[in-house]
Design a protein around this ligand. Structure first.
Ligand code: ATP
Length: 234
């Protein structure tokens, strides 16, 4: 579904992504693992079209999307849940959700999609008229994911969805992603919660200093001594 080939990205003179190649197949959960500053956010933002790469190609459903503007990439079904959620705190939950459905196709289906979001996150149905900024961190993350779902993604990319959440909420978040995937959603997940990410992902890539240093099935990576000591504290 997504194929990234030899991607190189720089901020001015500072190159932060080096020859990164990765693939996400339809129906998979793929995790991207790495420590702070490894380049995970930069990679997602480049796939979303928010940053233009120096070179390399990004293909989605067989088409080259490397030089397309972000709205066009969105329209094709690549939707990112940004780190930090980026909600509109003084707008209601329902208004934040509906903002996700601004493209015509998603708009036409917004009532049905909203029901799906409410089924997944019943708490949001209870709190639909509340300002998003008054919700707990976990609830705000639900709004951010719900808003992305309102855009009817084919590929859902999440940047640290469990950052700052209590352990029990991290587990809930991972359960939600598993459920979405079971319903057919393809997911690219950036996470520093390596244990949990490997528990739900089919495959994973490890990125260090802008280079992919390991990749494999979650099983293989959990058994890899270097990964166990560097990321799993074992
Ligand atoms: P984190 O989990 O801390 O967000 P990350 O793996 O997502 O880390 P990035 O945010 O992609 O990493 O950052 C990769 C590198 O690029 C870092 O060295 C960072 O300092 C640098 N960087 C990120 N954004 C910018 C920017 N706007 N201008 C210059 N350098 C940047």
């Amino acid at each position: 579904m997504l194929q990234v080939e030899r991607l190189n990205v720089a901020y001015g003179a500072l190159q932060v992504i080096w020859d990164v190649s990765l693939a996400v197949r339809e129906g998979e959960i793929v995790a991207l693992i790495g420590s702070n500053g490894a380049g995970k956010t930069t990679l997602l933002r480049t796939i979303s079209g928010l940053i233009k790469p120096l070179f390399g190609t990004i293909r989605f459903l067989g088409e080259d999307i490397t030089s397309l503007p972000p709205h066009d990439i969105c329209r094709r079904g690549v939707i990112q849940v940004p780190e930090g959620r980026a909600l509109f705190p003084r707008m209601r939950v329902i208004e934040n959700l509906e903002l996700g459905a601004y493209l015509p196709e998603a708009r036409a289906q917004r009532h049905e999609t909203l029901e799906r979001v409410y089924r997944l996150f019943p708490r949001l149905k209870e709190r639909w008229r509340q300002d998003a900024g008054t919700l707990s961190g976990g609830e705000q993350q639900m709004v951010a994911i719900g808003r992305a779902l309102m855009a009817r993604p084919k590929l859902l990319m999440l940047d640290e969805p469990s950052l700052g959440l209590a352990p029990v909420l991290v587990e809930t978040m991972m359960d939600v992603l598993t459920q979405l995937n079971a319903e057919g959603m393809t997911i690219l997940l950036v996470s520093q919660e390596v244990h949990q990410a490997l528990a739900i992902a089919h495959r994973a890539y490890v990125i260090e200093n802008g280079h992919i240093v390991r990749s494999g099935t979650s099983h293989e990576l959990r058994d890899d001594d270097a990964i166990r000591s560097a990321y799993l504290g074992l």
